[in-house]
Design a protein around this ligand. Structure first.
Ligand code: PGA
Length: 251
């Protein structure tokens, strides 16, 4: 079964040469590194870095590095026009990206409603691009036992018309960037809520976990039934850590 490891570099400056060097250092020394058909590596980068990083990928002699796929972190919900600062799915497609994250909690916090997230998914689909659809509850929702209805609401709002998650990342907001990874019981119960919904809708999608994934906890997280990969923020900024996480993710 294919596993997925997604890096979300967010608005951090990453030294691309150093990242590549550190990544390759691990790849070269790990004799058991997963083959490219076992784990798909996706990097959601700052678009400013796209040209340079895609050139590195294309010219790399390392097969694992060569197979890295590049995604955006966001996309406009509009097709084109007077939307200062936004980037259309058409543009993403034209420059060569394969998809984008939609629904990340940091963008929901910034005003992305369920409907906006859906519109963004639709725009990607219209260009034949893939989405990584993020959902997850905050601590108040979890503690008031409203996780299930909250997650179902997010899923229902997105899975309409022809839109569906191509990859689905379960990211409890309280675990993002906090160093507190969700406990496996919570992840398991969320996976079962999500899977029941997907089965009902006959949607076939891999579920990833995101929220403080690190070299230390990756083995524990990837062992949870139903989790087929991870979305990694902080620990993806260093090529070495990202590669170590990738090396532990074989199925
Ligand atoms: P984190 O970020 O790994 O730094 O918690 C995850 C994410 O926001 O996708």
């Amino acid at each position: 079964l294919m596993k997925y490891l997604v890096a979300n570099w967010k608005m951090n400056s990453v030294d691309l040469d150093l990242w590549e060097k550190n990544f390759l250092k691990v790849i070269g020394s790990e004799k058991d590194f997963p083959k490219s058909h076992e784990v798909k590596l996706i990097i959601c980068l700052n678009l400013y870095d796209y040209q340079l990083f895609s050139k590195k990928i294309q010219s790399s002699k390392n097969q694992i590095f060569q197979n890295i796929i590049l995604y955006a972190q966001d996309v406009s919900r509009y097709k084109e026009g007077a939307h200062t600062g936004q980037i259309s799915s058409h543009y993403l497609k034209n420059i060569g990206l394969e998809g984008s994250i939609v629904g990340h909690s940091e963008l929901r916090e910034n005003g992305d409603t369920e409907n906006i997230v859906f519109q963004k998914g639709l725009k990607l689909k219209e260009q034949g691009l893939s989405n990584i659809f993020c959902i997850g509850e905050d601590l108040v929702t979890l503690e008031s036992n409203e996780k299930k209805s909250f997650l179902l609401n997010q899923l229902k709002a997105f899975c309409k018309k022809d839109v569906k998650p191509d990859l689905l990342a379960y990211e409890p907001i309280w675990a993002i960037g906090t160093g507190i990874e969700a406990d496996s019981e919570n992840i398991k119960s969320s996976v079962s809520i999500i899977n029941d919904f997907l089965e009902q809708k006959k949607i076939n999608t891999s579920i990833l976990y995101g929220g403080s994934v690190s070299v230390e906890n990756i083995l524990e997280i990837i062992a949870i039934p139903g989790i087929e990969g991870c979305l990694v923020g902080n620990s993806s900024l260093d090529g070495e850590q990202f590669a170590i996480i990738a090396s532990k993710i074989t199925g």
